[in-house]
Structure formats: structure tokens, C-alpha cells
Design a binder for this molecule. Structure first.
Ligand code: MG
Length: 265
């Protein structure tokens, strides 16, 4: 049996619309006895709601199987004074952080969503506040540093641009809490008690996820859905182990890989 880390956005669904075959593929992987963990950089909705939305799309999963970036922030920044520029909805998942506006230990930058809320969160006033706090010694953290994500309306600008802007202005490098940070992958492997060499990462993001997973020695499968672009695959280094048209194709290719000896005890 294998351990499988499944990216969510662009692999299971796009803008809440399940990708054809993905619901069945998750069920098939479970029926074959593989261990699954759902790893997402989504930083706009609380974990309980994300899990509920996935169940409503037809995916069978428990809240605890879904690993999110606010959860990573809660672990990493527990007890700290934090200026959190994040979507309002995830604040409940930041339990244990002291969310304040000045004299902070850390600035935390979250992700964008499809509403107009990012305009307010990443306003000049808030960015200038973050800049001042970092200049006075606060650390800079971000839930992720994604440049864009795929929506039903096309690619949308994500918060990586704001993180990079603060790095540029302050000379301080941000600590990434979500994928592809090693701590995020390590937490996922721990949760499954997985051997990295016997674990697959399935994703639509060849640049971040495939590279991040490879650093651990995991196998990687790239889906041609979501943010997949042929030109990005062509220049990918490292390249994924396998490329599938969508998650629906993955279970049978996995069984082939396993029968060829990968993951044998
Ligand atoms: Mg994705």
C-alpha cells in the first residue's frame, strides 16, 4: 500500500466544480487500502468548511485528513503577537495566536480569494503597517507564496506578489508555512506515519509541489487539470515521475507502478 498526498485545488476541483472522475478516483484509492491526506494551500476558508465543501462535492473525507496552512500557522506561531493580514474567514483557525496591530513578533500574510476582500486586507495602510513592524524586528511569515491560482474565470493573482513586495521593501525573507515548505510536507508525512520513498504527491503544480515533494524523495504525479500548463511541464526541473490527464487516471497507473515494485515492502 502507498501513502498519497492529494493536492485539492486543481486536482479534486476548480472553483468548487469537481473535476470529472476525481470523486471516483478518491473512492478507488481508499478501496485499495492506500492512506490518503489532503494537502491544500487554501488560506481563505476554515478547515471545517473546506472539508464540508469537499464532502458536498462527493469526496469522502474527515476534517482531520485535511491539512491546511492556517493549521500550520497555529502550530508555528502559538503564543506569539501576530499582525495577521489574512481573510477574515480563517481567523478561527488561528487559535492560540495573539492577533494584534502593533509591537508584533510576526507579520503573517494569508492568501487571496475570489471576493473583493483582498483589496481591503492588502490595502496600502495594512502593507505599510506590516512594513513598519518588520523594520522594527518582526519576522515575516506567509501561509503560502503562490503567484496565481486557476479559477473558473481564469488565472487570478494570488498573495505571493504582496509577500514578494514586503521582502523587496524590507530585505527580510518570508518564511513559508504552506507548500512547498519542508515543514508542511514533513507534517503531512508524520500524520500518515509515511516513508517518503513510499509516498506519492499528486498535484497540478509542477513548480512548487513536485519540487517540494522531490526534496523528500517522494514520487510525484502531475495532473493535466487546474493550473497545469504544457510549457511549465516542458521546463520542469525536476520533472514529475508520471503525468496523468486527470486524477481519474491515477489509481490504475499507481497500481501499475506498485506492481513494478515501487512501494513493495
Ligand atoms: Mg493545486
Amino acid at each position: 500500500m502507498a501513502c498519497i498526498l492529494l493536492d485539492v485545488d486543481g486536482v479534486l476541483h476548480v472553483s468548487g466544480e469537481p473535476i470529472p472522475g476525481s470523486v471516483e478516483a478518491v473512492a478507488e484509492l481508499r478501496a485499495s487500502g492506500h492512506s490518503l491526506r489532503f494537502v491544500t494551500n487554501n488560506s481563505t476558508r476554515p478547515r471545517a468548511r473546506l472539508a464540508e465543501e469537499l464532502r458536498a462535492m462527493g469526496f469522502a473525507l474527515d476534517d482531520a485528513e485535511l491539512q491546511t496552512t492556517p493549521g500550520a500557522a497555529a502550530r508555528e506561531l502559538a503564543g506569539k503577537r501576530v499582525l495577521a493580514l489574512v481573510m477574515e474567514a480563517i481567523v478561527p483557525d488561528l487559535e492560540g495566536l495573539e492577533l494584534v496591530g502593533h509591537d508584533v513578533d510576526a507579520v503573517l500574510i494569508g492568501g487571496c480569494d475570489e471576493t473583493l476582500e483582498p483589496n481591503q486586507v492588502f490595502s496600502y495602510m495594512n502593507m505599510a503597517r506590516a512594513f513598519s513592524e518588520i523594520r522594527m524586528g518582526a519576522s515575516l511569515y506567509c501561509l503560502h507564496k503562490n503567484t496565481w491560482w486557476q479559477t473558473s474565470r481564469g488565472p487570478m493573482l494570488d498573495s505571493g506578489a504582496y509577500v514578494a513586495g514586503l521582502e523587496y521593501a524590507t530585505g527580510v525573507e518570508a518564511i513559508v508555512l504552506g507548500k512547498p515548505s519542508p515543514s508542511y510536507f514533513a507534517a503531512a508525512l508524520d500524520a500518515l506515519e509515511a516513508e517518503p520513498e513510499l509516498t506519492w504527491m499528486v498535484t497540478d503544480d509542477v513548480e512548487a509541489d513536485v519540487r517540494g515533494a522531490r526534496l523528500f524523495g517522494m514520487r510525484t504525479a502531475l495532473v493535466r487539470t487546474g493550473k497545469f500548463r504544457p510549457e511549465t511541464l516542458e521546463r520542469a526541473d525536476p520533472a514529475p515521475d508520471i503525468v496523468v490527464s486527470s486524477l481519474g487516471q491515477f489509481p490504475s497507473l499507481l497500481e501499475e507502478a506498485l506492481s513494478e515494485g515501487f512501494g513493495a515492502p
